[in-house]
Design a protein around this ligand. Structure first.
Ligand code: NAD
Ligand code: ZN
Length: 366
């Protein structure tokens, strides 16, 4: 059960291949694009321990020449020092313009390795082999790469599209359940944005998605297709790519409030944020209370948080959260831009949300 999608960006279109057991085919698929290339693999220690040997073997069997850089797992590695280490290691491995960088890992590895590929010799091609659910359905598709600055997340980076994305659904078998769930929040997001039948399918099939097999591959493929379609319409995020931020304005404030720590993973924050976007929309009379209830019930069923009170530990008070929302990049001239909903599968960009209405809503939610 392998699905192939194409991300159409004019002359620069590329394939996303989704299926079980793709790591074994990685070498052949990459060699078809760049025969004999040297491949600078960037991975983190968790992923390397479980999957690196199989990837290296597959590359060598196809006549490619792998060289590997391993970083420490975690968001902290998206920094300038690690970026320098990775770029230096790729240069030392003699990765040149006609060679490749291969990102083998979650979103951290993908963002860092993609940015290294964008900067190395003013740009070498790269391939994404995402190993977390979040990376498979979100970060590996779309070409945003980068690292964090002391001033905030993802402030330094480049748009650099991969030449190929290989999403091996079996690679997720070693992913911790909590990380899988967090990535699942982004899967559900695609249904909530503009695909109500997909959301209804997830309500029926989520256990199969978690268990693996064809339903998992299908969920990843549907998610990638949604993201690829948005990216093809709006590569540089000037317009409706913003719909992908459903749940992210509330979510980012909560993540920041929890100090971007293991207390609250990104996808968990997004789950709370999406439930809030639905409850707020229902309160404003934009969508039905029944839709808001369905969203909350589904996220809760898979084990995701849906309320601020589900988040362990202290969080800023309502004014503190409002400040964090105001700092978010989606604020323009006093009014707040939020992704709101007219129902499941009917998200829209609301450019004129009254901050006082948000404040009252958040206060009532505590
Ligand atoms: P991550 O890369 O830190 O991976 C999560 C954890 O799972 C890590 O500990 C990692 O080592 C481990 N892991 C990954 N795959 C594994 C596997 N198969 N088996 C065992 N362990 C595995 O985090 P993430 O959630 O994948 O990605 C988050 C990052 O993605 C953030 O930095 C975020 O900014 C970025 N992101 C980027 C985009 C984009 O468009 N570029 C979009 C969304 C998120
Ligand atoms: Zn997200």
């Amino acid at each position: 059960d392998t699905t192939r999608l194409s991300v159409g960006l004019g002359a620069r279109s590329y394939d996303i291949v989704i299926g079980a057991g793709l790591i074994a085919e990685a070498g052949a698929r990459i060699a078809a694009l760049r025969p004999g290339a040297r491949v600078g693999i960037v991975s983190d220690a968790n992923v390397a321990e479980r999957h690196l040997a199989a990837v290296e073997e597959s590359l060598k069997a196809a006549g490619l020449v792998p060289a590997t850089v391993i970083i420490q797992p975690g968001e902290k590695s998206k920094n300038f020092a690690t970026f320098e280490e990775v770029v230096d290691a790729l240069i030392a491995a003699r990765i040149e313009r006609r060679d490749l960088v291969l990102a083998l890992g979650g979103g951290v590895v993908g963002d860092l390795a993609g940015f290294a590929a964008a900067a190395l010799r003013r740009g070498v091609d790269f391939v994404q082999l995402p190993t977390s659910l979040l990376a498979q359905v979100d970060s590996s598709v779309g070409g945003k790469t980068g690292i964090n600055s002391r001033h905030g997340k993802n402030l330094v980076g480049a748009f650099h599209q991969p030449i190929l994305v290989l999403a091996d659904a079996d690679a997720l078998n070693t992913l911790p359940l909590r990380e899988f769930r967090a990535g699942y929040a982004e899967v559900a997001k695609y249904g909530l944005i503009d695909n109500a039948p997909f959301f209804a399918w997830l309500e029926r099939k989520w256990q199969e998605v978690f268990a693996g097999g064809p339903a998992r591959t299908e969920a990843i493929a549907t998610s990638c297709a949604s993201k690829a379609a948005v990216v093809a319409r709006d590569e540089f995020e000037t317009g409706d790519r913003a719909l992908l931020n459903l749940g992210h304005t509330f979510g980012h404030a909560l993540e920041a409030g929890a100090g971007f720590s293991q207390r609250l993973l990104h996808g968990e924050a997004v789950a709370v944020g999406m439930a809030q976007a639905f409850r707020f929309s229902a309160e404003q009379g934009l969508c039905t209370a029944e839709d808001a209830r369905r969203v909350e019930a589904h996220l809760h069923a898979v084990g995701l948080p849906t309320r601020i009170r589900n988040i362990p530990g202290e969080l800023p008070d309502t004014d503190g959260l409002m400040n964090l929302i105001a700092q978010d990049k989606k604020v323009s001239r006093g009014a707040l831009t939020f992704i709101l909903v007219r129902g499941i599968g009917q998200a829209f960009i609301a450019g004129d949300v009254d901050p006082q209405a948000i404040r009252r809503f958040l206060e009532a939610e505590r």
